[in-house]
Structure formats: C-alpha cells, structure tokens
Design a protein around this ligand. Structure first.
Ligand SMILES: Nc1nc2c(c(=O)[nH]1)N[C@H]1C(S)=C(S)[C@@H](COP(=O)(O)OP(=O)(O)OC[C@H]3O[C@@H](n4cnc5c(=O)[nH]c(N)nc54)[C@H](O)[C@@H]3O)O[C@H]1N2
Ligand SMILES: Nc1nc2c(c(=O)[nH]1)N[C@H]1C(S)=C(S)[C@@H](COP(=O)(O)OP(=O)(O)OC[C@H]3O[C@@H](n4cnc5c(=O)[nH]c(N)nc54)[C@H](O)[C@@H]3O)O[C@H]1N2
Ligand SMILES: [Mo]
Length: 788
C-alpha cells in the first residue's frame, strides 16, 4: 500500500476539496454521465446503449438492484447506472498482446483504477506455475486445467466457488448445481459481505430473508425512514421513488452520520421542474453516531410502548410471538445511554417519535450502514421490532425494505447460491436431478479466506467479482490467495484478483448484460430478480466485446462436462443450447417459479411470493413474527480514537473505480482522503490538508495501517470518520465480523490517525481554507445549544 500511486501507474491521487453539495442529480449529473459514457463508448454507441437500459425489451441495468417503475421514462437510467453500462460497453480492450507487454508483477503494481480502465477482457488467459506473464489458452485447455486441479484435491470441499451479484438466475442455478454435484456447499458470495445481516435478522423474525415492500408501497407510505444508506450515489433511482412518495404526502427521516446530498434535495433529471428547483427529501435528519442505530430504535420502541394506544394490539396478539420479553427489555431502555450511543439530542428523538406516531404506514429502508457492524443482526432485529409494534408488516404502504446492492444478488440467493442451503431446497434438487447433494454447510467469504490461508482450500473459482479487493484484511486475503494451487476468474474486466494469484491462474472472459447472447438454440435472454422480488428478463443487444467470449451459463456447462464427465446426471449440453431448458428446471425446483418461461415472457415480469407481505403469514419456527430482545450494543471508542466507516464514493462501483471524484461530497481528483469532524480534528491536532496514516486497533493486537490519507474536515457525526473502500480494506480485521451473519464489520473500525510526513505532489497547491465549513452550524452545535 503506497501513498502515491504504484510505480508506473499514471494515475495521480491528489485530492482537492470543495464545499459538499446539498442536492443530487440535476443538470451536472446528465453532463457528467454523457462525458463518461462518450469516453468509453463513443457517441453512437452511447445513444444506442443508454436508451435500452431497463426498458421492457432491453437489458437490466448492471448497476444496482433498485426495481423498475411500471411507467418508465424514455430514459429510465440514472447517472451511476449509465456509468456502470459505459464501463461494460467500453470500446477499450485487454488483449493477449496487452498481457504479453505487461508481466503479472507489473500489473500487480498498478492501481485498481488503472487496471479497470484498460477495458474488456477478450481471450481466455492462463498463468502457468512459475510463469511471469499470462498466455492465451483455448477454452478446452482451460477447462482441462481446472479439472486437473480439482481431481488432485483430497475432497471437493477443498474447492471454493465464489459468486458476485451480477450473475443471472440461469447461470447461478447451473453454478450451484455444478458445485453440489461435485460434492460441496462451498458457495460464498458477495452477499456474505453485504446484506447477510439483513437475511439473518429477517429469516429469524419474519421467516423470509427478503424485503416486504413493493414500489407501490413506497408511494403509499406516510413515513419512510432511510437508515444507513446513500441512495443519491448507490441507488439513484430510489430518489425518484422518494420524490413521488413525498408528493403523495409521505415524510422522510434519514438516519446517517453524514448529511448525504441525495437525501437532502433531489433534482429529478427526468422532469423540467425537477431540473431547476428540485424537491427537498428529508424532513428530519438524525445525524447518528456510527453504530448507534440499535439504541435509537430500542428507545423509540420504549416510547411507543409508553404511549397510550400506539401499539397495534390486535396485530401483536394474532401475528407475533415473544412480545412480553421484548417489551420488558424495551421498557428498560435508558435515555442517557441512548443519547451517548447515538450522539443525538432528546429533542431530535422526540421529533422522530412524533413523526412515528403520526404515521399509519411506515417503511424502513436500509443498506450497508446497518449491516456491516458487529451488532448488525440485533440492530436489524430491532428495526423489525419497531415495525411489528405498530403492525407495519404485511399491509400496503408499510414494511421492511433492505435495499440490495448488486443487480442480481437477491436472485443468486434465490437460485441456491448459499453456503448453508435449506434442507427443503436440497431435497428438491435431489428429486429433480437424482444425485445426492452434500448436506454439510460450506464456507462463507470469511471462512473461505481462513481455509485458503490455512491450506485447507486449494482451488478458488470466482463467478465474477473482485474477491481480493472486496474482502477484508487485504494483506491476509492476498497471502491466502497466493497459497492456492489454482485461482480462476470468470470476468468482464481486469482487476486485482487476476494479478494476486495461486500457483496457476486462469482468466475466463465472459459476456456482459449489455451483449447479445447467441447459442446453438438461437438468441438467448436471461432473468434477474430485483431488490423487491420482481423477476424479469434481460436481453443484451450489443455485439460482444470479442468473438472469444462465452456466456456464464455456457462456461458452467463446459466446465461441468469436463470436470464431472461421465459421472454427471445433469444434461449440461441441453442447458447450454437453450436457457429455457434451465428455466424449466428452476420452475420445478424453486417455489414461486411455477410456469417460469410463460410468466417471464410477460412485459415487466412477475413478483415472487412473499408470505408476510401477501398474507401476513410468517413462516418462522414459531409460525408467528418474532419479537426479539437482544441487549443493546454500540461501539466503544477509546480516547483519542475515531470510528471509521469504509464507504463508496460517487465515482465507483464497489472495487471498480470510474473516476477520482466524489462530486456530492466536494472531493475531486483523488481517493485517499479521510473525512473528519472539525472539532475532532482540532482535538486530535490534525490540520485540514495534512496527511495521516490510518492505523486500526483491534483486540488481536495486530496493527493494520493504511498510509497517506489527506485529512478533509467534514460535517460527519462527532467521533466518526469516513474513508473509501477498497483502499481501507487493509484496516478491517478478518475476524472482526458481525455476530450470526459473519459479515465483515467494515463500517465500525477503530482507528487512530498518525502524522504522515510524505506529501503527495500538488496537494499544497490545492489546499483551501475550510473556515466556511467550520463556521457553518453543524448538528453538533445545535446539540450543544439544545443542551444549553
Ligand atoms: N454507483 C454505485 N452504486 C452501487 C454500488 C456502488 O459501489 N456504486 N454498490 C452496490 C452495492 S453492492 C451495495 S451493497 C449498495 C451499497 O449502498 P450503501 O449502503 O448506500 O453504500 P455505502 O457507500 O457503503 O454507504 C453506507 C451509508 O451508510 C452510512 N452509515 C455508515 N455507518 C452508519 C451507521 O452506523 N448508522 C447509520 N444509520 N448509517 C451509517 C454512510 O454514511 C453511508 O451513507 O450500493 C449498490 N449500488
Ligand atoms: N471495506 C469494505 N469492503 C466491502 C464493502 C464495504 O462497504 N466496505 N462492501 C461489500 C459489498 S456490499 C460487496 S457487494 C462486495 C463486492 O464484492 P464483488 O462483487 O466481489 O466486487 P465488485 O467490485 O462488484 O466486482 C467487480 C468485478 O466483477 C466483474 N464483472 C462485472 N460484471 C460482470 C459480469 O456480468 N459477469 C462476470 N462474470 N463478471 C463481471 C468485473 O471483472 C469487475 O472487475 O464488497 C464488499 N466489501
Ligand atoms: Mo453489496
């Protein structure tokens, strides 16, 4: 980890700082989108491609998992969706000549941004043991290499099959089928690092690990609480939904340590009024301390319990379990402790309570700000308690809304990408295909890294993603990967996981969402499931980036035939020819997909069943919705330290860096910044524009260091800091995970700032005074005023 960009990398990381914005989208967003798209695709392709995003006969945006509204705009895209598309539809290419010119050692010294900017992978490539350069390889030889290494394993459980969340339903179903016929449940996925905490909490409390609201519910809600989510950047189309909800009379509370521009004001680029003026979205901003959410919801629950007539007694009696125990715990909630945990004022919480009590229909939306903490699961359970108390699940305009990340991450789970599959799912597979799938649980992401580190896993296969950059504890993870016998990546673009390899390595280039997929059975489409359980078709139209590319389903079929050979009972050839044959099997194995091929042919697709939403039925162990009563936790912050959250800038898609700007937060030209409250900076003796090392402190005593971050004074909650992922993943200890879900606690890392002597060129020229920032009243000032 270097302060400056790696040697030979022309990317200069020299952040400049200006005032944060107070509104999202609008005209600058459109200009920015078109500029980025044109750089990657040229003018004609930009126009052709962007018009097809999320249209009923087009492809599903490879950006986020936010659902499509029924009445689509001619351009149902958003700035960041367009960037995701441009990144995939780019005209730049990474060819065998590129790999001949750049050794793996050279490439491993480049930044992730530079690697991604080189373009689309065009050929299967092979790095032999002891080799210095990737070489072109035939698909058949590549499959032979995987088969050789798998045959050499002591057990199929020494292989790991990772999935990122862009993989289609069809490819995901085949992939898990292959792993299970081989004999392992080692199917970790990006969800383990993402919404696993939501799945764990929701499964236990409402009986299904998915959100219970549809878009129409948002439009009908009285109150929408958005906690731990930055939709202006990560789910921009959600802002249109919030705008519509507000036009219908809804109120919005946003709970966040940062005042995120998208939540303050939204200038809808699809409407002329929106472009000019925009709509204020947030009615109440609760600037919470990192990790304070469980305490906040616990106290709100106490206050609701204490209010005459506020509890939906009938719902609680008929549909829930565990109320008494929960109520006893909630009644014990303490004001002072809550104010400490949340950093909020009494007045702020009372205002929130008034809005909660005034609402007949309440929805809570959340994302990584709630899921990536040690106590993430009890936090989300407390959100469920909050909704259950007033009967806000299973009726219009109300419910739980975990907002998913990757465009098909939810669908991949539905298809069986899960290291701990339900017995009923395995029974159905067994019945349909006639082999006995393994029953023992497999590795999730963190356990897979430990297994690789300890030599217990030797083959790592990834269906998409960028495992080494996305995972925590970068140094540990990279060392673990290097111990593998073989690492294989099915990818569209070059990334760091291709250059931190096992003894042998393969890159298998694949079609993206935007591209035409023609198989022996004719032109194919695939299906995806959005964040609200809607399943629909996605059909690419562009000419593939190279004639060598294979689709993900074709790759799995080719691999399975070669690895499993005669012993396979699955008709892989038939599946590769015509994806309708895969959908017929999905229809027979997975509940809710009956008549799949016919139903998905309908424009807009169909909704999967959701028992709590559809019939107020809760398929839990008790047969009811479960109240829970965990002790309240919040992160402890030792003297002189900050709680660091690792988050996304506006110009990145996870580990794919589109550019070096974070427009809404006023940061341009660099990513190595740490956002610190002015008062904290003063107390810690660090100046705006100075450079510090971030050093994380954890119970294992190991010192993890990310050097050379520019201090940016920012109106974050007191005691809290923020810096971008994946540069800061080196600070997140592998074993610092959420209880129950085992999700890395990437949003609450205790750090100290150490002076950094080296400075990056250009920085001093860009220094600007931050007096305005300092003089603007922060929530904290108001707080001190409120306290008198
Ligand atoms: N353009 C773009 N779109 C994306 C992605 C992308 O990288 N780029 N990634 C996709 C993926 S995989 C995902 S999972 C989603 C991620 O979507 P988000 O969850 O919105 O992503 P983050 O940037 O991690 O932002 C976390 C938010 O939670 C807040 N937060 C942090 N800690 C706390 C806390 O303790 N309490 C509360 N209440 N808030 C907190 C942060 O200030 C921030 O606003 O977006 C998806 N969409
Ligand atoms: N510190 C910290 N760490 C985090 C997070 C955080 O907030 N903080 N967030 C976590 C979250 S929420 C997530 S979801 C993970 C993300 O983890 P991943 O999903 O593993 O990472 P991505 O960066 O989304 O993967 C990008 C790569 O996917 C490949 N790709 C893109 N499209 C396709 C496709 O259609 N098919 C195939 N086969 N490959 C494709 C490209 O080669 C690209 O380089 O990171 C997690 N890590
Ligand atoms: Mo995610």
């Amino acid at each position: 980890m270097a302060t400056k960009p790696p040697k030979g990398d022309p990317v200069q990381d020299a952040p400049q700082v200006a005032e944060p914005k107070h509104a999202a989208a609008g005209l600058p967003a459109i200009g920015h989108t078109l500029r980025m798209a044109r750089q990657q695709m040229g003018v004609r392709r930009t126009a052709l491609t962007l018009l097809r995003v999320n249209q009923k006969d087009g492809f599903d945006c490879p950006g986020c998992a936010w659902p499509e509204p029924d009445h689509r705009h001619a351009a149902e895209f958003c700035e960041n969706g367009a960037k995701a598309v441009a990144e995939e539809a780019t005209l730049r290419r990474v060819t065998p000549e590129f790999f001949a010119a750049h050794s793996v050692a050279d490439l491993s010294g480049r930044s992730g941004y530079w690697l991604g900017q080189q373009g689309r992978l065009t050929h299967p490539m092979y790095l032999p043991e002891g080799g210095t350069h990737y070489e072109p390889v035939s698909w058949e030889r590549a499959f032979d290499i995987v088969a050789e290494e798998i045959a050499a394993l002591g057990s199929p459980d020494e292989a790991v099959f990772y999935t990122s969340g862009r993989t289609s339903n069809e490819a995901a179903f085949l992939y898990q089928l292959f792993a299970r016929e081989l004999g392992t449940n080692n199917l970790p996925d990006c969800s383990n690092m993402c919404h696993e905490s939501s799945g764990s909490a929701l499964n236990e409390t409402i009986g299904i690990g998915k959100g219970s609201v549809l878009l129409e519910d948002l439009y009908q809600a009285d109150l929408i609480i958005v906690a731990g989510q930055n939709p202006g950047t990560n789910h921009p189309r959600m802002l249109s939904a919030l705008e519509k909800a507000k036009a219908n009379g809804a109120k919005v509370i946003s709970v966040n340590p940062l005042p995120e521009a998208g939540l303050e004001r939204f200038k809808n680029p699809q409407t002329p009024q929106g472009l000019l003026k925009g709509a204020a979205l947030t009615d109440l901003f609760l600037q919470i301390r990192i990790g304070g959410d469980q305490a906040l919801f616990r106290l709100l629950n106490k206050l609701v319990l204490d209010t005459e007539g506020a509890v939906d007694e009938e719902f609680v009696r008929d549909h829930t379990h565990g109320f008494e125990e929960f109520a006893a715990a909630a009644r014990a909630a303490d004001w002072d402790e809550t104010l400490t945990a949340t950093g909020l004022t009494r007045a702020e919480i009372e205002r929130a309570l008034a809005m909660v009590l005034a609402s007949e229909r309440t929805i809570v939306c959340w994302a990584m700000g709630l899921t990536q903490h040690k106590h993430a699961v009890p936090t989300i359970r407390e959100v469920v308690n909050f909704l259950l108390l007033r009967g806000n699940i299973g009726r219009p305009g109300a419910g739980v809304c975990p907002v998913r990340g990757h465009s098909n991450v939810q669908g991949d789970r539905t298809m069986g990408i899960f290291e701990r599959p339900a017995p009923a799912f395995l029974d159905a597979l067994e019945k349909e295909f006639g082999f006995a799938p393994p029953r023992e649980h497999g590795f999730d992401v963190v356990r897979a890294i430990r297994a690789l580190r300890d030599g217990e896993a030797k083959v790592f296969f990834a269906m998409g993603g960028n495992f080494v950059s996305a995972s925590p504890d970068t140094e540990v993870t990279e060392a673990a990967m290097r111990r593998a016998r073989l690492t294989v990546h099915v990818s569209t673009k070059l990334n760091r996981s291709h250059v931190v390899t096992g003894a042998r390595a393969l890159i298998l280039p694949t079609l993206g969402r935007t591209e035409r997929d023609v198989q022996d059975g004719g032109e194919q489409f695939v299906t995806v499931e959005d964040s609200m359980g809607m399943v629909h078709a996605s059909r690419g139209r562009l000419k593939p980036a190279s004639p060598q590319l294979r689709s993900e389903p074709a790759i799995v079929c080719g691999l399975a035939r070669r690895v499993l050979g005669e012993r396979s009972v699955v008709p892989w050839e038939e599946f590769a020819k015509d994806y309708a044959a895969i959908r017929d099997r999905i229809a027979r194995v997975i509940p809710g997909f009956e008549d799949f091929n016919a139903r998905v042919a309908r424009p807009g697709g169909f909704a999967l069943p959701h028992a709590p939403r559809d019939e107020r039925r809760f398929p839990t162990a008790t047969g009811k919705a479960n109240f829970t009563a965990a002790p309240v936790e919040y992160p402890a912050l030792p003297e002189g330290r900050l709680l660091l959250q690792t988050l996304r800038s506006h110009d990145q898609y996870n580990t794919t860096i589109y550019g070096l700007d974070d427009r809404y937060r006023g940061i341009t030209g660099g990513r190595r910044v740490v956002l610190v409250h002015p008062e904290d900076a003063r107390a810690l003796g660090v100046a705006e524009g100075s450079y510090v090392d971030l050093v994380s402190e954890w119970q294992d005593g190991v010192e993890r260091r990310a050097p050379g971050f520019r201090v940016v004074l920012y109106p974050t909650a007191r005691g809290c800091a923020a810096a971008y992922y994946p540069e800061t993943n080196v600070l997140v200890p592998l074993d610092a995970t959420a209880d129950t879900s085992n999700t890395p606690a990437s949003k609450s890392v205790v750090v100290r700032l150490e002076g950094h002597t080296e400075t990056t060129e250009g920085v001093w020229n860009n220094r600007r005074p931050t007096e305005r920032l300092l003089s603007e009243p922060t929530a904290d000032d108001e707080r001190s005023r409120a306290h008198g």
